[in-house]
Design a protein around this ligand. Structure first.
Ligand SMILES: CC(C)(COP(=O)(O)OP(=O)(O)OC[C@H]1O[C@@H](n2cnc3c(N)ncnc32)[C@H](O)[C@@H]1OP(=O)(O)O)[C@@H](O)C(=O)NCCC(=O)NCCS
Length: 320
C-alpha cells in the first residue's frame, strides 16, 4: 500500500470524476460535472487543505481535511472539516478502513473534526464510526430553479422590512433562543453556551457580507422574525450560472404558522431573482419537519441527504 500525501492531481481528479452520489442534485441545479470536478479539485489542492491518498494496485482512497478557523475559535482547539472521502470502489471496505486508519495518525485528527457523508455511503459512514466519529444527525439539501418569470404572491397583511443595522441585537437574540434545530444543537458533547454562540456568530458574519439580503418580520411594532438569502459568488463565477441559497430563518414561536415563513422566503427569492440567480439551494436537518414543509410549499425538492458526524480527538492536544 502506497501513501500519497498530498495525492497527485490526476488521482484526485479521477476519484472526483467517479463520485457517484450527487447526480440528482447536479441535474436539478443544472451543473455540468466538469465544472463541479474543477470546483472541488481547486479546493482539494488548496494550501489550506490537508489531503492524503492510499493506493493499492487498482484500489485507491482519498481523504481531505480543511481547517475551520471559525469553529476553531469557538471550540478553543483546532477544528477541521472532512471535505472528501473518495474511493475507487464505494462497496469495497478495505481501502476505506485503511484510509481512516491513516487519518487517525494525522495531527489534525487530534482536534475536533466534522464530516458530512452521503447517506447512501454506508461503508464510508461505518468506517468513520469505527474510527471514533459519532452521528449527530442527517441533513437534507433542497433546491429549486428560479426563472425571471418567478413572480411571488405574498400572504396578506405581513409587515416585512429590509434589515437595518439597529436590528442586529434583536436578530442575535432570536437566533440564540429559537434557532433550535441546527447541527450543533444536536451534539450532546457540546456545551449549551457554545451551541448557541456558534449560530449567533454565524449570523454576525453573514450580516457583514455584501452577498446577502436580510429581511425582518414585525408584529405590533416588534421584530419577531428574520431570514437571509445569499448569492454563491464562487460557484456563480466558476460556472457562469447564478447560484444562491436561503440560509438562516427564525421566527419567534408565537409568530409561527401565520405565513411569515413563506413571506420572508419569498422576499429572499425575489431578491435573488433580481440578482439573476437561476438556482437556489437550501439545507436543513431532516427532523426539522416545519422547515422541510415550508420549503416544499415554496417549490423546493429534496436532492441530497448527508449524515453529519463529529469526532473529538485527543482532548489535551492542540488546545488553543
Ligand atoms: C421553520 C419556520 C421558519 C416556519 O415558519 P412559519 O412562519 O411557521 O411558516 P409558515 O406559517 O409560513 O408556514 C408555511 C407552510 O409550511 C408548513 N409548516 C410550517 N410549520 C409547520 C409545522 N410546524 N408543521 C407542519 N407544517 C408546517 C405548512 O405547510 C405551512 O402552511 P400552512 O400553515 O398553510 O399549513 C419556523 O417554524 C421556525 O422559525 N422554526 C425554528 C427555526 C428553524 O428551525 N429554522 C430553520 C432552520 S433550517
Amino acid at each position: 500500500m502506497k501513501v500519497l500525501s498530498p495525492p497527485t492531481e490526476e488521482l484526485a481528479r479521477n476519484l472526483l470524476s467517479k463520485y457517484p452520489f450527487k447526480g440528482y442534485q447536479f441535474r436539478l441545479l443544472g451543473l455540468h460535472s466538469e465544472n463541479v470536478v474543477d470546483h472541488h479539485l481547486s479546493r482539494l489542492m488548496a494550501s489550506s487543505t490537508t489531503a492524503g491518498a492510499i493506493q493499492d494496485g487498482d484500489r485507491s482512497a482519498l481523504l481531505s481535511l480543511t481547517e475551520n478557523k471559525y469553529l476553531s475559535h469557538h471550540l478553543e482547539r483546532r477544528a477541521s472539516r472532512l471535505e472528501n472521502f473518495l474511493r475507487s470502489d464505494y462497496e469495497d471496505p478495505e481501502p476505506c478502513r485503511a484510509m481512516v486508519g491513516h487519518f487517525l495518525t494525522l495531527p489534525e485528527a487530534d482536534g475536533f473534526c466534522e464530516a458530512w457523508l452521503p447517506l447512501d455511503d454506508i461503508i464510508g459512514v461505518g468506517a468513520l464510526l469505527a474510527g471514533g466519529f459519532y452521528q449527530v444527525g442527517v441533513e437534507i439539501r433542497l433546491a429549486r430553479r428560479l426563472g425571471p418569470d418567478f413572480n411571488p404572491e405574498y400572504p396578506e397583511g405581513l409587515d416585512l422590512r429590509t434589515y437595518e443595522p439597529a436590528d442586529e441585537q434583536h436578530l442575535k437574540d432570536l437566533c440564540a433562543d429559537f434557532h433550535e434545530k441546527n447541527r450543533f444543537a444536536f451534539d450532546p458533547r457540546l456545551e449549551s453556551s457554545v451551541r448557541k454562540r456558534i449560530y449567533v456568530e454565524e449570523l454576525s458574519s453573514l450580516l457583514k457580507s455584501p452577498n446577502i439580503r436580510c429581511t425582518t418580520y414585525w408584529e405590533d411594532g416588534k421584530l419577531v422574525g428574520f431570514n437571509t438569502g445569499k448569492i454563491n459568488r464562487q460557484l456563480t463565477e466558476r460556472t457562469g450560472q447564478g447560484y444562491g441559497s436561503l440560509d438562516l430563518i427564525v421566527l419567534h414561536p408565537e409568530a409561527r404558522r401565520k405565513g411569515a415563513g413563506v413571506g420572508l422566503s419569498l422576499a429572499a427569492l425575489e431578491w435573488l431573482r433580481d440578482q439573476k440567480i437561476e438556482y437556489v439551494a437550501c439545507r436543513t436537518m431532516v427532523s426539522n419537519y416545519p422547515a422541510t414543509a415550508l420549503l416544499q410549499t415554496l417549490g423546493f425538492r429534496i436532492v441530497f441527504a448527508k449524515v453529519i458526524l463529529h469526532r473529538w480527538g485527543n482532548p489535551n492536544a492542540d488546545a488553543r
